[in-house]
Design a binder for this molecule. Structure first.
Ligand code: BG6
Length: 476
C-alpha cells in the first residue's frame, strides 16, 4: 500500500448528526422519513407528524458530542473521515440569499477538530439531505432552478472550507435512483416523487440530467476556487454477474451494467454514452437537454470515482420476477440469487471477490483513480455485561474485502486512493431507518425506538482496524 493511502471511516450527516432543527437547520427530505425494517419500507410523510418516530432527528447526537467521537476516531488512527455537509444546515430552505452562519460554523469547528487530530475531512456535498422546501416547492431536481441552488451551496462550502478540505464528492450514490421501483431513491437523491401516470424512467432521466449538470457546475466552480481540490463523483457499485455462460445471460448482464455505469460515464467522460442516447430515442423520451448543458458536462468532469461496494448481484435472461422495489435486487426484474455466495441477515450478498472484480471493471473503463468510500457489514451486535462487542463476523468481512483491495492494487495495478469503511460508528440505517443494523467499530447504546443512553463502547473491530491502519494494511 502506498504510504499516503487514505485509511478512514465513512458517515453521512443525516445518519449520525441528529440536531435536526438545532441552530437554524431546516428540515431535509430525510427528516420526513419514518423508521422501517428489513422488508418494511420507510414511510415518507407529507409533513413532520407528532405521533410518528423519525429516527434521523436525533440519530446518534454527534452534533452535540462531536469532540468525544473525534477523539475515538483519532485513537483508532483514522487518516481521514468521510462525511457530508447537511445542505439544510447551511441553507435551511435551500433558496435563501445568504447562508446560515451557525451551520457554517459547526463544520468549521468539526473540520478544525479533525485536523487537530490529524484526520483529513473528505466531504460529500449532497448525501440525501436536500432541504425539504426545495423538494416540496420546486419539485426537487425536476426543476432547473435547483441546479443553481445546488451550485450556490457548493460554492459557499468551497469558499468557506477551501483551506480545510481538499477531497470532495458531489452527489452520494447518484446512480441509486436508476431503480425507480423503489420511491426512496428518487426522493433521497433528488427530492422527487413520481406522480400516477408519469413515466418514472423519463422523469428519472430528466432529474439525472439536471443533477449531472449541477455536479459539473460545482466541479468547474470548485477548481476556480482552489485548483488543488480533488473533486469526485460517488456511485454505488454493484457488479452484475451473468447467471451462466449462456450468451443471453451475458448480454442481460451487459445491459444491466449499462444502467449501473450511466451516471459515472457522464461524470467521468463528460458526455452521454451512445447506449443511453439510443434508449432516449427508442423510448421517445422528451428530455430538456440544452446545448449549453453539454458544454458544461464536458468541462466539469471529475478527478476520481468515489464508490460504495456492499454486494454483487446476478441476472438470468429468462427470469421475470415481480419482486421489484426490493433494495437487494437493485430493481432488476431478472435478478436471481447467487448459489455460490452467502448473504447477510438483511439479504445483502457477501462477496469480497466482487470488489476486486468491480474495481477492475471501473478502472479499465475510466482510467482515473478510485476511492472506496463505503463498504461494510450491517449486522446485529450484542453488548455484553462488560460493555464489550465481539464482532468477529465484521472483522472477517472487512479483512476479506481489504485483501481484495490489496490484490486489485498489487496484482491488477488498479489506482486506489483510500478506503473508508461505512459507519465507523453505529448510526441510523439509510434503507430501513433501524439502529439494529449496525456497521460501526464503535457501539452506540440506542435502539430502534430511540431508547438508550447514547454511550459509546469500542467493539473488537476497533482495535483490529487500528492495527490495520498502523501497519498500513500489512497485518489483517
Ligand atoms: C449506502 C448509503 O447506500 O449504503 C449509506 O450511501 C447507507 O447512506 C449505506 O447507510 C448502507 O445502507 P443501509 O441501508 O444498510 O444503511
Amino acid at each position: 500500500m502506498d504510504k499516503n493511502f487514505l485509511w478512514g471511516g465513512a458517515l453521512a450527516a443525516h445518519q449520525f448528526e441528529g440536531g435536526w432543527n438545532q441552530d437554524g437547520k431546516g428540515p431535509s427530505v430525510i427528516d420526513v422519513m419514518t423508521a422501517g425494517a428489513h422488508g418494511v419500507p420507510r414511510e415518507i410523510t407529507d409533513t413532520i407528524e407528532v405521533d410518528k418516530f423519525y429516527p434521523n432527528h436525533e440519530a446518534i447526537d454527534f452534533y452535540n458530542r462531536y469532540k468525544e467521537d473525534v477523539a475515538l476516531f483519532a485513537e483508532m488512527g483514522l487518516k481521514c473521515l468521510r462525511t457530508s455537509i447537511a445542505w439544510s444546515r447551511i441553507f435551511p430552505n435551500g433558496d435563501e440569499d445568504t447562508p446560515n452562519e451557525a451551520g457554517l460554523q459547526f463544520y468549521d469547528d468539526l473540520f478544525d477538530e479533525l485536523l487537530k487530530n490529524g484526520i483529513e475531512p473528505v466531504i460529500t456535498l449532497s448525501h440525501f439531505e436536500m432541504p425539504l422546501h426545495l423538494a416540496k416547492e420546486y419539485g426537487g431536481f425536476r426543476n432547473r432552478k435547483v441546479i443553481d441552488f445546488f451550485e450556490k451551496f457548493a460554492i459557499t462550502c468551497f469558499e468557506r472550507y477551501k483551506n480545510k478540505v481538499k477531497y470532495w464528492m458531489t452527489f452520494n450514490e447518484i446512480n441509486n435512483q436508476m431503480d425507480t421501483n423503489n420511491p426512496i431513491f428518487l426522493w433521497t437523491n433528488s427530492g422527487v416523487s413520481v406522480a400516477e401516470g408519469e413515466n418514472a424512467k423519463e422523469v428519472m432521466y430528466q432529474v439525472a440530467h439536471n443533477e449531472l449538470v449541477a455536479s459539473a457546475k460545482a466541479v468547474i466552480a470548485g477548481k476556480k476556487i482552489n485548483s488543488n481540490f480533488e473533486i469526485g463523483c460517488m456511485v454505488s457499485h454493484v457488479p452484475i454477474y451473468p447467471y451462466s455462460c449462456n450468451p443471453a445471460d451475458i448480454m442481460a448482464a451487459e445491459e444491466a451494467m449499462h444502467q449501473r455505469f450511466f451516471f459515472a460515464d457522464v461524470h467521468v467522460r463528460g458526455y452521454y454514452p451512445n447506449y443511453a442516447m439510443k434508449e432516449f430515442e427508442r423510448e421517445g423520451y422528451n428530455l430538456d437537454i440544452r446545448p449549453e448543458d453539454l458544454e458544461i458536462l464536458a468541462k466539469g468532469t471529475v478527478d476520481y470515482v468515489g464508490l460504495s461496494y456492499y454486494m454483487s448481484t446476478v441476472v438470468k435472461a429468462d427470469v421475470n420476477n415481480d419482486n421489484l422495489g426490493n433494495v437487494v435486487n437493485g430493481g432488476l426484474p431478472n435478478s436471481v440469487e447467487n448459489p455460490y455466495i452467502e448473504i447477510s441477515d438483511w439479504g445483502w450478498a457477501i462477496d469480497p471477490e466482487g470488489l476486486r472484480y468491480g474495481l477492475n471493471r471501473l478502472y479499465d473503463r475510466y482510467q482515473i483513480p478510485l476511492f472506496i468510500v463505503e463498504n461494510g457489514f450491517g449486522a446485529i451486535d450484542e453488548l455484553t455485561e462488560n460493555n464489550e462487542v465481539h464482532d468477529q463476523n465484521r472483522i472477517d468481512y472487512l479483512m476479506k474485502h481489504i485483501e481484495a483491495i490489496k490484490t486489485a492494487i498489487d496484482y491488477d495495478g488498479v489506482e486506489i486512493m483510500g478506503y473508508t469503511p461505512w459507519g465507523i460508528i453505529d448510526l441510523v440505517s439509510f434503507t430501513t431507518g433501524e439502529m439494529k443494523k449496525r456497521y460501526g467499530m464503535i457501539y452506540v447504546d440506542r435502539d430502534n425506538e430511540g431508547n438508550g443512553s447514547m454511550n459509546r463502547y469500542k467493539k473488537d473491530s476497533f482495535d483490529w482496524y487500528k492495527k490495520v491502519i498502523e501497519t498500513n494494511g500489512k497485518e489483517l
